[in-house]
Design a protein around this ligand. Structure first.
Ligand code: ADP
Length: 400
C-alpha cells in the first residue's frame, strides 16, 4: 500500500510518498511560493534525478495537481496510475477540543478545521485548502486529518486550564492545547518500546528540541501535560520564540516602544528565543559555534535553553510522581550531545547517570545514552513526523 503525506503552509505544500510495506519514502518534494511570483515544484524520487518545475501556481489546487503529475511522470515519477495512492494523510494544526485521534475527512471534520481558524490562523486555512485540493486532484481516495493537537487532548483540566476567569474558557475555548502531537505520540511509543516499559504502567518524558521546541509528560501512554499552550509560543526557549514569559512584559514593551499588542506578540514569536538572547542566530549550530568562540550572549542563550528544559523535566517528574525514561528528539535533541549532557547534569538527583562517551557518539540514531545502573533511562529517538502520519493514516483506513 502507498500513502501520500501532505503538509500545507500558507504558500507551500510539502509532500512525502511512502511504500507502507517497507516504510520507505518513494518520493518527496515541495511546492513553494504558491500564489506569489516564482512558484516552483522540487520533486525527488528514489534512484532518480531531481525534477524541478517552475511555473505559476495561483493556488494550492494547481500545486496538488502538479504533485500528482510528478508522481505519475514516466521519467521522474513512481506510479503509473493514481489508483496506486491508497490514502492521503494531512498534517493539520488545530482541532481545538474536538479530536484526540486521526479522522477520515468529511464535511463535519472540515467544519471543525474551519471553526479553528482563529486558533491556528496561519495553518488551518492552508491545511483545509490542501485537503480540498487533494480531494479534487484524486477523487474518491480517503483523506485523513492528523492533528498536531490531538495527542495532547488526554491532559486533565488541572494541566490544560489557565488560571483566568473561567468564562473565557467557556466562551472562547482558551486553554492549553499543545503541539508537535504527532512527534510526541510517535517518540513516546518508541521510547516505551525500546526501554522495555509497560505501555499501561509507565512514566516517560519526551523533549522535542528543534527550532520549535516542546516537552511532554506521558503516563501510561497518554499525554498528561505539555509545554506549548493555546499557541506554540509558550514553554521552552526556541529558535525565535521566547517561551514562558510574564504577560506583563508585553504591556511594558508595548508602552516603552510604542508598539501594538500584535507587534509585541510577533516580536516574541519571531525575534526572541535563541536569536533574541544571543543576537547571533536562531540556529542552534550557529549559537554553539559563537559560544565556542567566546561570545557571552551565545553562552547565556545556551545555558538558559538547557536550564529551562531541565526545569520542565523536574516539573513533569513531579506531575507524574516519577519518571522511568526520557527521550531527546528533533534537530537539537538528536544531534547536539553537549546540550543533552548539560541538561542531564541537572538530573543527577533522579539517579540519572549519563554515559558521556556513548552520548558523544550518538547522532540521529535510536540509542540509549545512560549507564547500565542509571535509575532513569535516557534515549535519543529520531522523530519522523511524516512516517508517523503515514502509519496513522494506514492504521485508520485499515480499521474501517
Ligand atoms: P524545526 O522542525 O522546528 O524547524 P528541527 O527539528 O529541524 O526544527 O531542528 C532544527 C534545529 O536543529 C536547528 O536550529 C539546528 O541548528 C539544530 N541542529 C541540527 N543539527 C545540529 C547539530 N549537529 N548540532 C546542533 N544543533 C543542530
Amino acid at each position: 500500500m502507498k500513502i501520500l503525506v501532505i503538509n500545507c503552509g500558507s504558500s507551500s505544500l510539502k509532500y512525502q510518498f511512502f511504500d507502507m510495506d517497507s516504510n520507505e519514502v518513494l518520493a518527496k518534494g515541495l511546492c513553494e511560493r504558491i500564489g506569489i511570483e516564482g512558484s516552483k515544484l522540487t520533486h525527488e524520487a528514489k534512484g532518480k534525478e531531481k525534477y524541478v518545475v517552475t511555473q505559476p501556481m495561483k493556488n494550492h489546487q494547481v500545486a496538488a495537481d502538479l504533485v500528482i503529475k510528478a508522481l505519475l511522470d514516466p521519467e521522474y515519477g513512481v506510479i503509473t496510475d493514481i489508483s496506486e495512492i491508497s490514502a492521503v494523510g494531512h498534517r493539520v494544526l488545530h482541532a481545538g477540543q474536538h479530536y484526540s485521534d486521526p479522522v477520515i475527512v468529511n464535511e463535519d471534520v472540515k467544519r471543525v478545521i474551519r471553526e479553528c481558524f482563529d486558533l491556528g490562523p496561519l495553518h488551518n486555512p492552508a491545511n483545509l485548502t490542501g485537503i480540498n485540493a487533494c480531494e479534487a486532484a484524486i477523487p474518491g481516495v480517503p483523506q485523513v486529518a492528523i492533528f498536531d493537537t490531538a495527542f495532547h487532548q488526554t491532559m486533565p483540566a488541572k494541566a490544560y486550564l489557565y488560571a483566568i476567569p473561567y468564562e473565557y474558557y467557556e466562551k472562547y475555548n482558551i486553554r492549553r492545547y499543545g503541539f508537535h502531537g504527532t512527534s510526541h505520540s510517535y517518540v513516546s511509543r518508541r521510547l516505551i518500546k525500546v526501554a522495555g516499559l509497560d505501555p499501561n504502567n509507565s512514566k516517560v518524558i519526551v523533549a522535542h528540541l528543534g527550532n520549535g521546541a516542546s516537552i511532554s509528560a506521558v503516563q501510561n501512554s497518554k499525554c498528561v501535560d505539555t509545554s506549548m499552550g493555546l499557541t506554540p509560543l509558550e514553554g521552552l526557549i526556541m529558535g525565535t520564540r521566547s517561551g514562558d514569559i510574564d504577560p506583563a512584559v508585553i504591556q511594558y514593551i508595548a508602552k516603552k516602544e510604542g508598539k501594538t499588542v500584535d507587534e509585541v506578540i510577533s516580536l516574541l514569536n519571531k525575534q526572541s528565543g535563541m536569536l533574541g538572547v544571543s543576537g547571533v542566530s536562531s540556529d542552534f549550530r550557529d549559537v554553539k559555534k559563537a559560544e565556542a568562540e567566546g561570545n557571552y550572549r551565545a553562552k547565556i542563550a545556551n545555558e538558559a535553553f538547557e536550564y529551562r528544559v531541565a526545569k520542565y523535566i523536574g516539573a513533569y517528574t513531579a506531575a507524574m510522581n516519577g519518571v522511568d525514561a526520557i527521550a531527546f528528539t528533533a534537530g537539537v535533541g538528536e544531534n547536539d550531545h553537549i546540550i543533552r549532557s548539560n541538561v542531564c547534569k541537572y538530573l543527577g538527583y533522579l539517579g540519572l547517570k549519563l554515559d558521556e562517551e556513548k552520548n558523544k557518539e550518538i547522532r540521529a540514531v535510536e540509542a540509549e545514552i545512560t549507564t547500565a545502573d542509571s535509575k532513569v533511562k535516557v534515549y535519543v529517538i529520531p522523530t519522523n513526523e511524516e512516517l508517523a502520519i503515514a502509519m496513522q493514516t494506514l492504521e485508520l483506513i485499515q480499521s474501517k
